[in-house]
Design a protein around this ligand. Sequence first.
Ligand SMILES: *Cc1c(COP(=O)(O)O)cnc(C)c1O
Length: 463
Amino acid sequence: MYYISTRGNVGQIGFIDAFLMGLADDGGLLVPGDIPIISEAVLKSWENLSFQELMLEIFSYYTNGEIPEEDLKAMVYASYGRFRAPEVTPVRRLKDGLHLLELFHGPTFAFKDIALQLMGELYSYVAQKQNRKIHILGATSGDTGASAIEGVKGKEGIKICILHPHQKVSKVQELQMTTVQEDNVLNLSVHGNFDDCQRIIKELFADIDYKTSRHLAAINSINFVRILAQTVYYFYAYFQVRKGAEYRTVDFSVPTGNFGDIFAGYLAKRMGLPVGKLILATNENNILERFVKEGVYRPGTFQSTYSPSMDIQVASNFERYLYYVLDEDAQAVASLMNQFKHEGGITIGEETLRRVQRDFAAHGVEGEECLATIRKYKDETGYLLDPHSACGVAAAERCEGASDICVSLATAHPAKFDEAIRLCGIEQEFPEQIAKLFDRPQRQTIVDGTKEAIVEELNRFYA
Ligand SMILES: *Cc1c(COP(=O)(O)O)cnc(C)c1O
């Protein structure tokens, strides 16, 4: 297995190099040269595996033999040993035909922990094996930052700097990032929104000299390893709802911002998992909903919502999907992305749109609908959804699926987004790990949202 760029100008590279490269050097995104196809017989043999065992099976198709099996195994077990649920990602029935896949049992109570705990271990492993410095740089709409910091704080040979939009993350998200006291962590609170943060990071990563001389590494979902780790729970959830029975399709509803998590579902489908529809749930920042419905990808105006981790207009991972829906034609991707850069939007042809609609359905869940969904499920089932998971459930109800079962991804614990829960008139009790954050001192630097101001901070920190 080797990796190539969606824009066609990176030679075939191995797993660890792809992991370290993050954004491809030609500005594209790295994808596997060939997606492995898992036969039904092999799927059947995976039915009863634990999450960790399943992850090792899936990764064995992608790691190119570059990491000895026992080393990978140690990293996987260390990562998920820190989860509060023994199943790692338990599935629970919400009502007939609708199941929730709980992805928030990791250290920071959001799904980002699943990939980032493992990536923290991997960065540490590579830093030791190759005796190299690793300077992680990332932008966050709130959850990735907390999770990435948690994955690498205090680790030898690694420094991490996270940009978050000033006062546009929830209180708990802010506390999770800024109450960490280890000296290898820098939090920059940037005047602007998430898209500003992400754009500046992308520019820095695209400057190959800067990236190399500063030893930059990416934890955003531009990193393929993050996507790969997330495919595991699609398989795991599928087996929980279908094992021992006929392998009919299952739909998945996915609260979406950067198109990362839902792309992991698409990858699972391409690998042969019987996935019916992938339901794309957005909030008012609904560029992706418009893409699925109309074939137009054009960022609109940024809006702050009850589900801040999805307040994203430019979806980094969209290009990966474009690559596949255009039949792996890197030239066509490069030219469309160029058009996007110059004209601020792209439109796909009708035939392509039909293919998009075969795989995806979409619904943008607006504020009131989100809150109403939280209230409804609390009243009817006693289950308290966080606002992101509520968008997933609302979209699952609204969209026409293709299967008798839909698994909706619960991407965060409600305690992370108490602002929205309170608006529903619901009082919740915080888990102890979150409650204790409120007494801790915070460390962060507030900066202007310009590349110059950020580079100045980075030069000091990475010196
Ligand atoms: C990041 C995040 C999302 C969106 O995930 P993408 O991979 O960016 O699409 C949804 N919900 C929560 C809670 C998140 O943290």
